[in-house]
Design a protein. Structure first.
Length: 191
């Protein structure tokens, strides 16, 4: 099938009043870079939207394109980098150029109580952003560990998850049970 690729920066997507913020690494070359919506049209998105549906954050378990009817409930999805990076490895200047957009989203999303970072790079980016916004003052920078929950401040928590990339899911580094436990925890914190 031939596609007209979106091929430009991919904006965040979801409920503006969200309690849950998901932060990924960057648009996948043939997923969000093609469809124009984060985690849409690839295997990582299938895992993510399936989990979001299971825990009541999405109205359907699959996301194939911007016009597929997907609606997020109490959830917003964004990324550390907005354009598909070469070889799926963003350079430092890409993070630096995109960080203001993530910082602005974090400030505008006033009801966020839980941030789920999908992968170590997203986790480190969120920690840096919370420090930049003066939301956190960690005596020692938290290190990434799947399933770890870090208190940023009184009403905001960061939960770490392995990224649902094929590299992680095909090898069993991330199982559905492990992935679902992250969203179960997020749903529990939000209650």
């Amino acid at each position: 099938m031939d596609w007209d690729y979106w091929g430009k920066p991919v904006p965040g997507f979801g409920d503006q009043d969200a309690g849950l913020l998901l932060v990924g690494l960057a648009p996948a070359a043939h997923g969000a870079n093609r469809t124009g919506r984060m985690f849409t049209g690839d295997q990582s998105g299938n895992w993510l939207y399936g989990a979001l549906f299971k825990f009541g954050f999405a109205n359907q378990p699959e996301s194939t394109g911007r016009n597929d009817g997907m609606q997020l409930k109490n959830c917003y999805i964004t990324a550390a980098v907005r354009c598909a990076p070469p070889a799926n490895k963003p350079a430092k200047d890409e993070f630096d150029n995109c960080r203001p957009f993530l910082l602005q989203e974090m400030q505008l999303l006033k009801n966020v109580k839980v941030i789920v970072a999908l992968g170590k790079i997203a986790f480190d980016t969120v920690v840096t952003c919370t420090e930049s916004l003066q939301w956190s003052n960690f005596p020692r920078k938290p290190s990434f560990k799947h399933g770890q929950q870090v208190k940023i401040h009184e009403n905001l928590y960061l939960v770490a998850s392995y990224h649902p990339s094929q590299q992680n899911t095909f090898t069993g580094k991330l199982t559905k049970r492990m992935f679902h436990s992250v969203f179960k925890r997020a749903a529990t914190v939000l209650k």
